[in-house]
Design a protein around this ligand. Sequence first.
Ligand SMILES: Nc1nc2c(ncn2[C@@H]2O[C@H](COP(=O)(O)OP(=O)(O)O)[C@@H](O)[C@H]2O)c(=O)[nH]1
Ligand SMILES: [Mg+2]
Length: 325
Amino acid sequence: MSWLQRLKGGLTRTKDAIVNKVAMTVRRAVAVNDEFWEQIEEILILGDVGMNTAVAMVDEMRQRYRQNKPRDMEELLGMISQVMAGKLQPEDQRDPLAFEPGLNVIMVIGVNGSGKTTSTGKLANYFSAQGKKVMLAACDTFRAAAVEQLEIWANRADVPIVRHQAGTDPAAVMFDAVESARARNVDILLADTAGRLHTKHNLMEELKKLQRVAVEKGGAASFRSWLVLDATLGQNSLNQVKLFNESVPVDALVITKLDGTAKGGIVFAIQGEIKVPIAFIGVGEKLEDMMPFRAAEFSQALIGDVSSDNVTETSEEIAEEQPAQ
Ligand SMILES: Nc1nc2c(ncn2[C@@H]2O[C@H](COP(=O)(O)OP(=O)(O)O)[C@@H](O)[C@H]2O)c(=O)[nH]1
Ligand SMILES: [Mg+2]
C-alpha cells in the first residue's frame, strides 16, 4: 500500500465526521441561508476544527459564495471544499525539515502516551532511509521500560543508540549522545524524553537543561524540539503547545494516531491557530506509518475531489432520497 492510500485509510473517520457530513448537508440543502451556514459551522466545530477556525472558514465560504454565485449545489460544494483545503496550508512557510551541516539535534517532547518513543523510532527510520546518518538518545530515563522500548526501535530502524541505566540524569545521556554523534559525523540525533516527572515544573526544567547541554556543552549545529501531539485528544492537545512552549521553544509538531480517530479536524485548528509547523504525521504503529506533513497530500486524502460524484456512501444515500435530482 502506498503512503497516500494508508493516509486515506487512516483519515476515514475524520473524513466521515467532517467532509462527508458537509457534502451531505450541501446536497440536501434547499436554500443557502443563515441556517445552512450554521449547519456547516456546527459540523466543523463538532469535528474538532475549533471554534475560531470554524468561524473563519465559514466566513470565507460565505464571502466566496457571494462573489462567485455558484450555479448549483455541486459547484457550491466544490467551493466549500476549496476553502477547507486552503485552510490546511501552513501560514508559516518555514520548512521544519531544513537541516544544518553538522549535528542536528531533535528533542522529541510531549505528554506521556502521546507517542514520543514510537515517533522517535519512526523518524529514525525515515531519516535513515533519506540517507541521513541517524542516532538515538534515550533521555527518558524515568522508567527502565522506556529505555528498552527505544532500544527495540533502534534495532528496527537499524540505527545506533546511546543509553544509560534507568534513573540516571537524562542530561548525562544527552551529553554523551551529542559527543558520540559528533565523533561519528551523525547528521541527526533524535532524543526521546520523559513525558511525566514528579511535577510539571520538574519536567519543564529538565527539558531546558537538555537543550542547554546539547547546545552549550555539546556544540550541536542546530537544536530543535518537536512536540508530539496525540490526535485522539482533539482540541485538548492544543493547550499542550502553549504549555511546552513555556519551557523550550516548540519548533515543530508531530501529530500521531490520526488513524482511527474522528478528531483529525485538529489539523485545521493547528494550521489556523497555532503558529508552529507540522513536521510529521503518524497513522499507525508500524515503522513506516509516519511521513512528513504535506498540505496538498493531506488535503487530497481527507477532502479529495468531493465536488465530483465519488463521495460514495454519501452520494448513494442522497440518490435514494432524491431520485428525481
Ligand atoms: N494507532 C496508532 N498508535 C500509535 C501511533 N503512535 C503511537 N501509537 C501508540 O501509542 C502508544 C504510546 O506510544 P509511546 O511511543 O510509548 O508514547 P510515549 O509515552 O509518548 O513515549 C503505543 O501503544 C503506540 O503504539 C499512531 O500513529 N497510531
Ligand atoms: Mg516513551
